[in-house]
Design a binder for this molecule. Structure first.
Ligand SMILES: C[S@@+](CC[C@H](N)C(=O)[O-])C[C@H]1O[C@@H](n2cnc3c(N)ncnc32)[C@H](O)[C@@H]1O
Length: 195
């Protein structure tokens, strides 16, 4: 991991921790992924050699930096989506400061629209956004997911009630095997069995 990436991540981690400790509402926080989940995803992406990564929910780009660090090693890229232009401006600046802007493509707007027109195969999808539409994001990307491709959904422990339908959906899907990993706020990891 490059020192400039570590510096930007450390700054975002400190800000996220402080905002959570202050009890600020979600909309006023940067809502970064738990650092342990970020590191887990980084190792997973490196181990699988994933090249084509899609992320729903950029915010200030904390999780994107973990994913992009792996993508850079693997010779791939990350497509990340957010509706909030202010947050995306901060993310853009963080990506440049971390030296990872060249492996990150930002889609501005609702991922339910911006991801529909895409055709390239996907090796890994991270869903870390508004809890109401996890199944929709999953469905939009599913056809493009390669055999052995992964879908990782955050917050399945911290927001268990809101995400129980999603968890049940992927755990009962005939073409997936899924497991809940109790790290950070809880990750549901699903692997596609056949293309
Ligand atoms: C929990 S934050 C993402 C945190 C980020 N993954 C990180 O680790 O820093 C969720 C983000 O999803 C964005 N969002 C909400 N609804 C969306 C949608 N329909 N399409 C794209 N982004 C959306 C919000 O603006 C917010 O920035």
């Amino acid at each position: 991991m490059e020192p400039e990436v570590i510096d930007v991540m450390a700054r975002l981690e400190m800000r996220d921790q402080k905002e959570r400790a202050q009890g600020s509402p979600g909309s006023d926080r940067i809502q970064a992924l738990h650092p342990a989940s970020g590191r887990f995803l980084y190792v997973l992406a490196l181990a699988k050699g994933v090249k084509s990564i899609v992320e729903v929910g950029t915010s200030h780009g904390y999780s994107t930096l973990w994913l992009a660090s792996a993508a850079k090693v693997n010779g791939g890229k990350v497509v990340t989506c957010d509706t909030n232009l202010e947050r995306l401006a901060a993310a853009r600046s963080n990506f440049a400061e971390a030296g990872l802007a060249d492996v990150i493509e930002i889609l501005e707007g609702d991922a339910r629209e911006t991801l529909r027109g895409r055709a390239e195969p996907v090796d890994l999808l991270l869903i870390d956004t508004t809890k109401s539409y996890y199944e929709t994001y999953f469905d939009i990307v599913y056809q493009r997911l390669v055999k052995g491709g992964l879908v990782v959904a955050d917050n399945v422990v911290s927001h268990q009630d809101e995400l129980e339908d999603y968890v049940s959906y992927v755990e009962n899907h005939p073409n997936l095997e899924s497991a809940m990993v109790p790290i950070g706020r809880g990750l549901e990891i699903s692997v596609k069995l056949t293309s």
